[in-house]
Design a protein around this ligand. Structure first.
Ligand SMILES: *Cc1c(COP(=O)(O)O)cnc(C)c1O
Length: 427
C-alpha cells in the first residue's frame, strides 16, 4: 500500500496536485469522455509528435529528393539521430542504438548475426511466456540452420503461468545453449526480469544474451551497456508513443561492432561510402550497420517530437510516477473490488513490476467490453487478463480512481452479462 492511502476522490485529486509531470498531459490528444488505459499497446498521439510528422511532410513538399540532406529533419540521418535520442532511455552510448525495422524484423536480424551453432552448442533458450512473434522468429531461424525447433528451442517453464524465476532460467543455460533471448518485461504479468543477473550468468557460461524491450522502452530505465547486454530490440509505438507501425529500434553492444550483420543492405553502410555504390559492403562502425534498406521516414518522424518529451520529463521521473500509479491502482482494486473475483497477476515489489497491471478475472473478455462501453479503453489478453496501463506522461490519478469506480459499478450491476465472453479479432 501507498503510505497514507485513501480510496477517496479527494485523495486522487491531491495526488494529481502534487504530480510534477502533470503538465505533459495537455500535450496529448486525449478523447473527452474516455479514459485511455492501453498505452502499453499503442501510445497516444502528442502534439509534438504530430508537429515533427507534419514538418517532415512539409520537407517532402518543399525539397523533393533533396529532403534526404536538407530541411528540418534530413532523412538520411534520421535513424541515427533518433538512435542518439533513444540511447539514454536504454543506458547505451549513442552509437549503440539505431532506429530501424520492427521488433520482429530486428530480432531476425540480430539472431541471424549472433546465433552461431557450433559443436554441441546449438540451442536457443527462450521462455514459454514470451510473445508469439518472438517464438515464431526463433523457430524459423533454427529451421534456416536445418535444425528442428522442437528439439533446439528451449522454452523455460513458468512455475505459475504468470512469472519466470531467474533461477530456472539460469539453470537452463547449459553448455548446449548458444543464444538466450528473453523479454525485459513479460507482456502479460508485467514482471521485470533481472537483466543484470541473467546477463552475468549467460556470460559466465559463454552464452550470448539479448532482450526484447518492447514493454520496458519508455517505461523503466535500463543500463544495457553497464550490464554488458549483447543486444536488444524493441518497438517504439507502445510506451514511446511513436505512432501505429512506428519504426522499431535495436541496441548492439559496441564490443560487437566488428560483427558483420547477418542480413546486410546498403543502409547499413558507412554513410560516407554508401553512395560510392561499390559491390563491397563497408559497414558503419556502429549499430547503424544493422540497418537494411531505406528508412520508413514518415514512420520515424513522430518519434522526434515524442522523444523530446521523454528527455524533458526524464526516464527516472517517469518511472517514479509510473510506480506510484500502478501501486495506487492495485491499492484501489484491493479495497474497492474485494470479493468480486479479481486477482492481481502483477508483481507487488517495485523492482519486479513494469508499467502495467494485469487484472485477472474469469469474465475478463466481457468485462473489457463493458469497460469500453463505459468509456474506458483497456486491453484484453486471452483467456482471462485485463491489462491496465496508467501512463506517467498522460494518465491522471483521478482517472485511475474513476476506472476502478467504473469497474465496481460494472461488477455490482453485472453489466458485463449482456456481452459474450470471447475476444474480438484485434484484442
Ligand atoms: C509488441 C510486441 C511485439 C511486436 O512485434 P512487431 O514486430 O512490432 O509487430 C513483439 N514482441 C513483444 C514482446 C511485444 O510486446
Amino acid at each position: 500500500m501507498m503510505s497514507e492511502f485513501l480510496p477517496t476522490l479527494e485523495f486522487a485529486k491531491q495526488l494529481d496536485e502534487k504530480d510534477t509531470l502533470s503538465r505533459f498531459r495537455e500535450e496529448f490528444y486525449l478523447k473527452p469522455g474516455t479514459i485511455y488505459m492501453d498505452g502499453n499497446s499503442l501510445g497516444l498521439l502528442s502534439k509534438r509528435a504530430e508537429k515533427t510528422l507534419l514538418e517532415t511532410l512539409e520537407d517532402w513538399k518543399q525539397y523533393g529528393i533533396d529532403g534526404w540532406t536538407q530541411g528540418k529533419h534530413p532523412w538520411f540521418y534520421m535513424s541515427e539521430e533518433l538512435g542518439k535520442k533513444l540511447a539514454p532511455l536504454v543506458g547505451a552510448s549513442e552509437e549503440e542504438v539505431i532506429v530501424t525495422g520492427s521488433t520482429t524484423v530486428n530480432l531476425h536480424q540480430l539472431v541471424s548475426t549472433f546465433y552461431k551453432p557450433e559443436g554441441k552448442r546449438t540451442k536457443i533458450l527462450a521462455d514459454e511466456l514470451n510473445f508469439p512473434s518472438d517464438i515464431y522468429a526463433l523457430q524459423s531461424q533454427l529451421r534456416l540452420h536445418g535444425l528442428d525447433p522442437d528439439t533446439h528451442l528451449i522454452r523455460v517453464k513458468s512455475r505459475d503461468g504468470r512469472y519466470l524465476d531467474e533461477e530456472d532460467l539460469i539453470q537452463a543455460m547449459t553448455d548446449e545453449v548458444a543464444l538466450v533471448v528473453l523479454p525485459t518485461i513479460l507482456y502479460r504479468s508485467g514482471q521485470i526480469l533481472d537483466m543484470k543477473r541473467l546477463t552475468e550468468a549467460a556470460h559466465k557460461k559463454g552464452i550470448i544474451i539479448g532482450f526484447d524491450a518492447c514493454h520496458s522502452a519508455g517505461s523503466i530505465p535500463h543500463y544495457f551497456s553497464e550490464w554488458d547486454v549483447d543486444f536488444a530490440f524493441w518497438c517504439n509505438y507502445k510506451h514511446l508513443n511513436g505512432g501505429p507501425g512506428a519504426v522499431g529500434a535495436l541496441f548492439v553492444n559496441r564490443k560487437h561492432f566488428n560483427q558483420l550483420p547477418g542480413m546486410t543492405g546498403w543502409f547499413g553502410s558507412n554513410k560516407e561510402k554508401q553512395f560510392d555504390m561499390e559491390h563491397t559492403f563497408t559497414p558503419a562502425n556502429s549499430a547503424g550497420a544493422f540497418q537494411i534498406g531505406t528508412p520508413h521516414v514518415l514512420s520515424l518522424a513522430p518519434l522526434i517530437g515524442s522523444l523530446d518529451m521523454f528527455h524533458e520529463a526524464g526516464i527516472e521521473r517517469i518511472r517514479e510516477k509510473s510506480l506510484k500509479l500502478t501501486q495506487y491502482l492495485m491499492d484501489l482494486i484491493e479495497t474497492e473490488l474485494a470479493g468480486m473475483g479479481f486477482h492481481i497477476g502483477s508483481p507487488r515489489e517495485e523492482e519486479r513490476r513494469g508499467g502495467h497491471v494485469s487484472l485477472e478475472h474469469e469474465e475478463a473478455a466481457r468485462i473489457c467490453k463493458s469497460l469500453k462501453e463505459n468509456g474506458v479503453i483497456p486491453d484484453f489478453r486471452a483467456p482471462n487478463i485485463i491489462r491496465l496501463a496508467p501512463v506517467a506522461l498522460y494518465t491522471s490519478y483521478q482517472e485511475v480512481w474513476e476506472v476502478v469506480q467504473i469497474l465496481k459499478t460494472i461488477m455490482t450491476e453485472k453489466q458485463y452479462e449482456k456481452f459474450k465472453n470471447e475476444r474480438e479479432v484485434v484484442a
